[in-house]
Design a protein around this ligand. Sequence first.
Ligand code: ADP
Ligand code: MG
Length: 342
Amino acid sequence: MKINSVFISNFRSLSDFSLYLPQKLLIKGRTGSGKTSVLEACSILSSGKSFKTNDIKDCISKNSQNFYIRSDFNDFEGYSRTVSVGYDRSGNKKILIDGTVSSRKSLLNMVYPVIHSPDDMLIISGSPKFRRDFIDRICFIEDKAYFDDMSEYLRFVKNKNTALKNGNTEVVKYLNSAAVPLINRIRKKRNASCETVNKFIGSLSERLFSKMKIFFSCSIDENCAEKLEMKLEKELEKGFSLYGPHLDVINITTEIGNAKNNISMGETYIGSFLIKLAELSIHAGKNEYPVFLADDIFVFVDDEMKKRLFNEIEALKNQVLMTSSIENINNFNNMKIFYLSR
Ligand SMILES: Nc1ncnc2c1ncn2[C@@H]1O[C@H](COP(=O)(O)OP(=O)(O)O)[C@@H](O)[C@H]1O
Ligand SMILES: [Mg+2]
């Protein structure tokens, strides 16, 4: 996957902006110049989703009624394609792929970026939800059927919560027993993905930052049928589900203990970056090379580590689009730099 160019209109502070995108690009510029917005537009063009907001209408420029973004890109098989996405304030969206009206799902089947921003430090320091979302993404790379399993599971939780609210014990028991094989399938896939991630992070940290060994682990064990039974009384009392993959406590430990409480800001940043490099490695193992969008690279990181991470980025086969407002990130080879001045 390679994005060759973007055209951006009425998107946040960018009223009329176009840019040719090489294989590796560093966008520099002052705070508020629109660097993140360019990556955000690229992520919407690749996945239909913003990594900054859940309400895509936020992206429409203050005094406009709609935004329009377009890109020319080469898909996974190297074919040259165009995609455009428009949104208006009433929530109407229009996605065109090669001029044909398309859905967000067809966008996702075609292209999906790997994104890193400092917010991803929350995968290490935030609530388990951030780690579940990350591991779920890895599960999906490994096995596209995971998406259907998770959709089915979320439907189960919804139905179960309704039955719990109505105090319908028999229905809850029936739903629970029917869901056990599904829960076990999700559990196994999540455990397998944790192992894969651990393996890749292991070799990345060996090379880049041997102090940082990160291990993901899930809390759901093989006794889920018993656990569901044990929780039943409390669930009926509360009126909602208290156990299952949607509440899985995925922990990250390092060699010095629980990562959340024991590592520094810089280490958290490096850790989150290694996690995303591991995601790219897992894709590469499947001969997939999504665009890597890295926002505000190398905050909280010393010069030696910047160099190491930069070498790693240069060696990637993926297209990499990065942003930085830090002045001293400029002496790297093969890196085209675009200065966004506003
Ligand atoms: N809907 C919007 N309309 C107009 N300006 C916006 C909108 N949303 C955000 N902005 C502004 O766009 C500017 C650029 O933001 P951003 O891309 O995050 O800059 P950078 O990453 O370079 O610091 C910010 O000053 C922000 O206030
Ligand atoms: Mg920014």
